[in-house]
Design a protein around this ligand. Structure first.
Ligand SMILES: C=CC1=C(C)c2cc3[nH]c(cc4nc(cc5[nH]c(cc1n2)c(C)c5CCC(=O)O)C(CCC(=O)O)=C4C)c(C)c3C=C
Ligand SMILES: [Fe+2]
Length: 428
């Protein structure tokens, strides 16, 4: 496939606006916001966010701001980890072409970085297909990671992190190797489905002959603005899912999620490890269960996510509380009990998942569930101990199947002028 440096000064064949940063698209949207009387659009804010959704005082989210939110491709960490999870997502693994070497990988990562930087800023990219034309960046994030096999394929085995050692086999696993692992991993998220697809296709095209898609999965979450106020999303079992997730304000959040400066290997400073699990939900069985039984599986109320021991969604679980029968109110095998950090020697992870639905199986059951993605500084201290425990006795196990798995080393964010993974590939 032919590649050229994007012309950053004129409109491309797609007819999208001239490439001069996110401003053109955002200006259009801001103009629209002004003429429709929307007040208070805040530019700036936490982390890598360049522009944030505006809320009007009394009428909820301003529709025109959904597209205008942009995240930065550059920073200490890659985007798509602490940035809010979007409504649409694609996860894809690529395998390098046979005979690939470090030079080929460097070229691939350079092209992917340029593509991601353009698209996240709302600019057209090289040989743009025009699919995202008219839309703003729409909170697009693109995140890149390296799988175990990447290091053998590129002669970099000595630089492979110990933390990337294959995950242990869990007794309930029914994994499909063809939809698991891979040399390289790409996570795409956006609040617009066309923007998300456009990015996926652009990255596939930019891969050219260097790498081909090994597997790809499409996911979704609630669309911002669908609820009267911002709320924790629900999964396809109908549960409020994400209440007790790690928060950036938590003590030692960075230490739990990111490899520190001075950590091993040095090229992973600011990076994180992503565990990806495709978990199918046995929804026919789950939906047969009465509400009380469903709530006992998790240990929380379905309506509002509050613990069975009372209070509201964010009230801490009272794991020691017993009922009149002397039994724990939150059952011994409840998912929220088994996963609680205090039950796992403090093991914790940042969950950032998408739901998925891929049609119906031959028996009529939905092929649907959770594209579970979690982030941690070391999966041997995050995902693995918790999943070991879940595997032994989680009430949820009867209603789910782990069907695919991947573990990826996601390096820190590139500095301006750098491509993602450059410190690994070029040894600085
Ligand atoms: C190994 C890690 C985990 C897997 C795999 C997992 C699968 C999974 N979880 C739900 C639904 C819920 N999970 C909830 C809490 C929760 N889950 C994990 C870990 C895994 N989940 C953790 C660490 C926690 C938080 C524990 C705590 O600190 O209290 C909840 C409760 C609400 C919440 O806190 O988010 C729900 C609901 C499903 C459906 C699922 C597989 C399909
Ligand atoms: Fe969970």
């Amino acid at each position: 496939m032919h590649h050229r440096t994007p012309d950053r000064s004129s409109a491309d064949s797609s007819g999208r606006p001239p490439a001069s940063g996110p401003a053109p698209t955002r200006r259009g949207l801001l103009g629209a916001a002004a003429t429709t009387g929307v007040a208070g659009l805040a530019v700036g804010g936490a982390g890598s966010t360049l522009a944030r959704t505006a809320l009007t005082a009394d009428s909820g989210p301003a529709l025109t701001t959904l597209g205008s939110t942009a995240h930065s491709f550059h920073g200490t960490h890659q985007p798509g980890i602490t940035t809010p999870v979007q409504a649409h997502g694609h996860l894809a693994a690529f395998d390098l072409a046979p005979g690939a070497d470090r030079r080929l990988a460097a070229g691939l990562l350079r092209r992917w970085s340029a593509t991601a930087e353009d698209l996240m800023a709302g600019r057209p990219t090289t040989e743009d297909t025009g699919v995202a034309r008219d839309a703003g960046p729409s909170s697009l994030t693109v995140t890149f990671g390296f799988g175990y096999s990447f290091f053998d394929a590129t002669g970099l085995a000595e630089d492979r992190p110990d933390a990337l050692a294959p995950l242990p086999a869990f007794s309930a696993d029914t994994l499909d190797a063809r939809r698991s692992e891979g040399d390289l991993w790409v996570q795409i998220g956006a609040d617009d489905a066309l923007v998300a697809f456009h990015a996926l296709r652009a990255l596939q095209r930019a891969a050219g002959d260097a790498a081909s898609v090994r597997w790809q999965m499409t996911g979704f979450n609630r669309t911002p603005g669908a609820t009267a106020r911002p709320m924790t999303t629900r999964n396809l079992m109908g549960q409020v899912d994400g209440t007790n997730n790690l928060k950036e304000s938590d003590e030692d959040f960075a230490g739990r999620v990111f490899v520190p400066d001075g950590g091993e290997p040095s090229w992973m400073a600011g990076g994180s490890y992503a565990v990806v699990r495709r978990i199918r939900m046995l929804l026919d069985d789950w939906e047969e269960l009465d509400l009380t039984s469903q709530e006992r599986v998790i240990g929380r109320r379905k309506a509002d996510g509050a613990p069975l021991t009372g209070g509201e969604e964010t009230t801490p679980l009272e794991l020691d509380a017993t009922g009149p029968d002397g039994r724990p109110v939150i059952p011994a095998n409840a998912h929220a009990r088994i996963t609680a950090p205090e039950a796992n020697g403090g093991a914790a992870m940042l969950r950032r998942s998408f739901s998925y639905h891929d049609g119906f199986r031959d028996d009529g059951a939905p092929d649907a569930g959770l594209l579970f993605v979690c982030w941690q500084a070391d999966p041997r201290r995050g995902f693995v101990p918790v999943q070991r425990k879940l595997d032994r006795g989680d009430a949820l196990s009867a209603f789910i199947r782990h069907e695919a798995s991947g573990l990826f080393a996601v390096p820190g964010g590139p500095r301006p002028g750098e491509y993602v993974g450059q410190r690994l590939i070029e040894g600085r």
